[in-house]
Design a protein around this ligand. Structure first.
Ligand code: ZN
Length: 485
């Protein structure tokens, strides 16, 4: 993600992950015998590297947000993807979850890794007889557990957006990284709560008290496409394709709601032009109770900090008094909040489209590209002031980065400060320079590049599509100095 992906620079993201990375597994041949009690035993490094392919996976999840209790079942058909028989594989379960029962035909033994703090727990499944290449076995298990506290799992704030899980399972198998797994998710929640799933192509459907949410999720560690749940009691404002969720105890004026609605709708419209139509027919803007967050985006939903819901002096006292100190003037403070709100919505909106249309596994795609896409959004709205301020910020920050790394080719992860600064600022600036050099010819080429969803969004395909000149490529390949631009 990767899902790191989902954050803006002010934000943090990784909201809680919930649940079970049931990483999966492994098969075992016939002759039933279970359940077996797991025996605790240290596993050697690398011992759990083998993976299986998963089919017909289903996750039932019952959540009690009040108590933080989880329970449910997981089932899948496991297939040996190798050309040789295999006799063991591993299952990885999130910390805090415990297997209550596990059934797998031919299972001889289950070894459990001793628990270590809040890291996922690996189980090694050992078969009586090897599983032949291509053969399948049915696994089912039930689990219970408690949602754990941040940072990994749990709720952010009482009554806040409440849990997310990334992948439920990790087939540790390189082939699986390149395709999607289907996961049939069924979530049971108390009334008044709403699950929001990332990776789902459509909003969850409520059926007799259970939310049904089939989703495609990447099968491996390399991607964070996964699954989220958000739950909290909200009031809603519906208008067109946009629904705004805001806290029950909050009073937002019609004008404030209208501003949020208008900015999100205009962003979506501009993004539809850049990328082509998103399949979702409804988009959500959800108040997220974190003054220190900007926003994050999942599927068809932007989670936006509550500092943008209401009067800044009241809803974001810390940031408000900081701005007040620096800017003095009340109206400048207000316009500061306006600027961040608009640009965060544009940035997070860009994530919705990038994530929907493409797999992404490179930092520049994770943050630099949405950042540039958001410049296009601001430009198409005629918002020159915000656009120029963004550019000035990129240049200022880019200039301060020592040995400016190459923006598009930078392999540094967003977890490093330099990697993050470089991607947030260097990439959009380099792309902006190409835009300026090409003038009106830029956008048709950009749109046709984005229209090919099969191509990875990598620098190489960008370079070929735009037929970058030597001086244009030099920006990405040998670096550039912001002062001369
Ligand atoms: Zn972002």
């Amino acid at each position: 993600m990767l899902w790191r992906l989902l954050m803006t620079r002010f934000s943090i993201p990784r909201l809680l992950s919930l649940i079970l990375p049931l990483s999966l597994p492994f098969p075992l041949p016939a002759q039933a015998q279970n359940p077996l009690a797991p025996k605790e035993q240290a596993l050697a490094a690398g011992e759990c590297q083998q993976g299986l392919e998963l089919y017909k996976t289903r996750l039932n999840l019952e959540i009690n947000p009040q108590t933080g209790q989880l329970q449910g079942t997981f089932s899948a058909e496991l297939q040996n993807p190798y050309s040789k028989p295999i006799t063991q594989s591993c299952l990885v379960l999130n910390a805090g979850l415990e297997i209550k029962s596990l059934s797998l035909p031919g299972l001889k033994q289950i070894l459990k890794e001793p628990a270590q703090a809040d890291t996922p727990v690996a189980y090694r499944l050992i078969a009586n007889k090897p599983l032949a290449p291509g053969a399948r076995q049915k696994l089912s298990l039930s689990y219970t557990g408690k949602i754990q506290g941040p940072p990994k799992f749990g709720r952010i704030q009482p009554e806040d957006v409440f849990l997310t899980a990334q992948s439920f399972f990790y087939p540790r198998f390189e082939k699986a990284w390149k395709r999607y797994c289907e996961l049939d998710v069924q979530v049971t929640l108390p009334k008044g709560y709403l699950p929001v799933l990332s990776g789902a192509l459509e909003p969850p459907r409520l059926n007799q008290g259970v939310y049904l949410a089939p989703l495609d999720t990447n099968c491996g560690f390399q991607s964070d496409h996964g699954f989220d749940l958000a739950a909290a009691p909200f009031q809603t404002h519906d208008q067109g394709a946009v629904r705004i969720y805001y806290r029950q105890n909050k009073s937002l004026s019609p004008a404030e709601l209208q501003t949020l609605h208008q900015e999100f709708s205009a962003t979506l419209e501009a993004l539809n032009k850049q990328f082509g139509s998103h399949a979702a027919t409804q988009f959500n803007l959800v108040e997220n109770k974190r003054e220190d967050l900007g926003g994050m985006a999942k599927v068809n939903t932007i989670f936006l900090s509550d500092k943008y819901f209401g009067k800044p002096a009241t809803v974001a006292p810390n940031q408000y008094s900081y701005f007040k100190q620096v800017l003095k003037d009340e109206s400048r403070v207000a316009s500061e909040f306006d600027y961040y709100r608009r640009t965060v919505i544009a940035h997070e909106g860009a994530h919705l489209f990038v994530n929907y249309f493409f797999d992404y596994d490179k930092p520049w795609v994770a943050e630099g590209l949405p950042e540039f896409v958001s410049l296009g959004v601001l430009a198409s709205q005629g918002n020159k002031t915000d656009l120029e301020r963004k550019l000035a910020e990129y240049r200022r920050i880019w200039q301060q980065i020592p040995n400016r790394p190459l923006p598009a080719l930078n392999q540094a992860t967003l977890d490093t400060q330099i990697g993050s600064l470089s991607n947030y600022n260097g990439t959009p600036l380099a792309l902006w320079n190409i835009w300026q050099a090409r003038g009106d010819g830029f956008w048709p080429l950009w749109q046709s590049w984005l229209a090919d969803h099969k191509k990875p969004l990598l620098y190489q395909s960008f370079k070929a599509h735009f037929q970058l000149s030597p001086s244009e490529s030099a920006q990405f390949e040998t670096g550039f100095d912001p002062t001369g631009l």
